[in-house]
Design a protein around this ligand. Sequence first.
Ligand code: UDX
Length: 432
Amino acid sequence: MKLCMIGTGYVGLVSGVCFSDLGNDVICVDKDINKINNLKKGIIPIYEPGLEELVLKNYKNKRLNFSTNLKESVLKSDIIFICVGTPTKKNSNSADLTQVFSAGKEISKSINKYKIIITKSTVPLTTGDELEKIIAKKVKKKNFSVVSNPEFLREGEAIRDFIYPDRVVVGSNDVKSRRILKNLYSPLVSKGAKYLSTNRRAAELIKYAANAFLATKITFINEIANLCEKTEIDVEDISIGIGLDKRIGSRFLRAGPAYGGSCFPKDTKAIVSTAEKFKTNLSIIKNVIKSNNNRSDLLLKRLAYIMRNKVKNKNISFLGVTFKANTDDMRDSSSLKLIPYLSRKGAKIKYYDPTGFKKEFKNVKNVKFSNSIQESIKGSDLIIIHTEWNDFKSINFKKFSKNKKLIIYDMRNIFSPSKIKKLGLKYFGIGR
Ligand code: UDX
């Protein structure tokens, strides 16, 4: 089929490339001419393992193309995916849909035959209804369908999550678009993906409810971890012990420094805001947001305890600063609160991250980027493991540090406490 992806961020670029790899003709459209020219040269704007090879392969075999011309691209396509940003509005919890609706308006000027317009970006409940009204101003209802087809892609795993999804969710209010979408996704279904065809509003809500539930699951185990720290229990045992119950499941039960990223913080706020518009109080998700926001303060209190309230002039090494491993994304990473705070307390911080220097810390006093793990660790009094990169799992601390009083604060529980203690080092984890 002929597809057009509007927006070449995580969602648009990954989905577009994967659709082309499944044999469709795909045009990825973006207003940013530099981004488009770079993509044509195989320069990828996002850090996503495996994406560059797929772009080069499909661009070379002409199934994948890039353009800044939305009108022309829409005219050539049967299905148009809206994959633009839906950030949280300033001073509000609701999603900013300006880009979505302006894409809808542009598309409505270029509908020369029946087309399906799909919201792939995460959009609040009833956005499809609004979009349908916008397009209907210019186009007869029989010449288009507006469908919700939310993505469930995790940064760092996006290609795998697209090719091997747990499920494909399509929300459509008409038979014609349902049939076409089922056909589009048949290659994934034949590989074992579950397929749910439902109405448009249900699909919109499924996306938010899924992210809100995952954020709830993570916050749940993070709070259990707080209890474990006070009762000499290892939260990893609790995660395994409850995760073996198939009704709970073992995934997304890893205690950590708080959830971050471009989705959970945004989507939990947006679903609460949408519910308020429908006079519904989502009290659990509200408390998840509050608990997660407070988590950095909790970690800093524990840090003060670990350092015996002596942070000033201490040398602290941060290993990993992004919101999770296998991404370069700093959005809502807990390091954005932890590092500036420790700097204000007089600590001298060196951070190392496999994805390189971070502009976010450029103007923070006494914070330096180190080009290697060893350089970051050298001379440290405290090492904080902030993300769970595989690079960190086999560090030989004795080789890198002569400091007998070195403390390890493992915020991802990637090390065995007994092994670290056998080295004569002090070990603190999360919920341990
Ligand atoms: C998430 C959803 O997983 C994905 O389905 C959706 O499409 C987009 O949002 P992403 O934000 O890329 O994906 O990251 P994810 O892997 O879900 O992690 C989100 C945050 O939760 C990270 O900060 C991560 O460190 C944290 N996390 C995740 C935990 O603390 N514990 C866990 O067990 C899992």
